[in-house]
Design a protein around this ligand. Structure first.
Ligand code: VGL
Ligand code: ZN
Length: 202
């Protein structure tokens, strides 16, 4: 009982038609559903922001989505308003199987964004996921979901740093790719010892 599937942010706002749509984002749903039975535990995460969140460009007059600003904890990309608590955009994609052991919400502190499922963007505030996985003896993690180059990669890098054996299955991930962020994320994950399952060659 050691292997957990961590499903990152498969929410309507990250799927086609959503506020921060990841290209082809909904293509991850069926492969993720098909993988679930192979794991001892399934954890789903939800990006979960209050309206007016500090990661929204709309909270920073004079700034547009995808601008980068300095926050007390470092550089922060500004996003369109997305995944607002209890809205349809924050709900899981309706075809995602949500039978799971834990649903972890992140990004609810107004002043800090949280890409990683382990630490908020200040790299200090913990979400509680590490404690949960440790308590359950879940030491081998497979990460899938959205977006490869933000929440999936930040989660994988934190997990590797925390000592988990980490696999990212790219067949069940899709990326945003801002200014080369996808290749940079893949390079960082490889350097950190994350096992990458390649996308099917088509
Ligand atoms: C994400 C940008 C902002 C993600 C979340 O899930 O990758 N990206 N919030
Ligand atoms: Zn977000």
């Amino acid at each position: 009982m050691t292997q957990a599937l961590i499903v990152i942010d498969v929410q309507n706002d990250f799927c086609p038609g959503g506020a921060l749509a990841v290209p082809d984002g909904d293509a991850v749903v069926q492969p993720i559903n098909a993988m679930m039975a192979q794991f001892d535990a399934v954890v789903l995460t939800q990006d979960w922001h209050p309206s007016g969140h500090s990661s929204f460009a709309s909270s920073h007059p004079g700034h547009a989505p995808y601008d980068v600003i300095g926050m007390p904890y470092g550089p922060q990309v500004l996003w369109p308003d997305h995944c607002i608590i209890d809205t349809a955009g924050a709900a899981f994609h309706s075809d995602l199987v949500t039978t799971s052991d834990l649903i972890l919400r992140k990004g609810f502190r107004p002043q800090i964004d949280s890409y990683s499922a382990f630490f908020e963007n200040d790299q200090t505030t913990q979400t509680g996921l590490h404690g949960y996985l440790q308590d359950r003896g879940l030491t081998k993690l497979t990460l899938v979901g959205l977006a490869t180059d933000f929440c999936v990669a930040y989660s994988a890098l934190d997990a590797a740093r925390l000592g988990y054996e980490v696999t990212v299955d790219l067949r069940a991930c899709r990326g945003i790719d801002l200014d080369g962020s996808l290749q940079a994320a893949l390079d960082q994950m490889i350097a950190a010892g994350v096992n990458l399952v390649p996308t099917d060659q088509r």
